[in-house]
Design a protein around this ligand. Structure first.
Ligand code: ITT
Length: 194
């Protein structure tokens, strides 16, 4: 089955591609569709943004599309940065700048800083079929950056079961436990029932 992965985030692409090797998919990236305009992520929920991205890619490419909208929700910050995770430190902010802003915001609150990564995956076809899938990974934010793998907030996201941050864990372990992997495994199982 042809499937367009509707994301421009290199970290997500790497993780999603590694998981899709288990199915019978011909995976396409947005690099094949350079004229597809950037979708404005102005939804208030992960689901709204994921649907927006998947719909645009499906209609433009003429192929089924899968989009991921995800983010970090921190209890002490009432769920922030949430849907604003990618640009928490401002439009075009780097991962390092977003992490720095997060640690600054959290500094006044006593640890432990409970948090969860959330992921909503939207599957859309060009003729309007739509389905949503959800994954969640609980953990804690720590004040020091540890590890060089992954992307985004991984260096400060501690997975208590492993005593390591997501950036210290190899890709195969992140892809066993992550919010994205949980959602994507549901997508694959659902597609196989069709
Ligand atoms: P696309 O919209 O092109 O998919 P994006 O990076 O803008 O890329 P989102 O709007 O879904 O994607 O924002 C997701 C942000 O949440 C991401 O940039 C990270 O800051 C954070 N994030 C999501 N999943 C993560 C993960 O597995 N590890 C670390 N940070 C993650």
């Amino acid at each position: 089955m042809d499937l367009v992965i509707a994301t421009r985030n290199a970290g997500k692409i790497k993780e999603i591609k590694a998981l899709l090797t288990h199915g019978d998919f011909c995976v396409h990236s947005l690099a094949e569709f350079p004229n597809l305009k950037e979708v404005e992520e102005d939804g208030e929920t992960f689901a709204a943004n994921a649907l927006k991205k998947a719909r645009a890619a499906a209609v433009f490419s003429g192929m089924p599309a899968l989009a991921d909208d995800s983010g970090l929700c921190v209890a002490a910050l009432q769920g922030r940065p949430g849907v604003h995770s990618a640009r928490y430190a401002g439009e075009g902010a780097s991962d390092a700048e977003n992490v720095a802003r997060l640690l600054t915001e959290l500094a006044p609150y006593p640890a432990p800083w409970h948090a969860a990564f959330e992921c909503v995956m939207a599957f859309c076809t060009p003729d309007g079929k739509e389905q949503l899938f959800h994954g969640r990974l609980s953990g804690r934010i720590i004040a020091e950056r540890r590890g060089a793998n992954g992307f985004g907030y991984d260096p400060v996201f501690l997975v208590p079961e492993y005593g390591k941050t997501l950036a210290e864990l190899p890709l195969d372990i992140k892809n066993r436990i992550s919010h994205r992997a949980q959602a994507l495994r549901q997508v694959i199982a659902w597609l196989q029932t069709l």
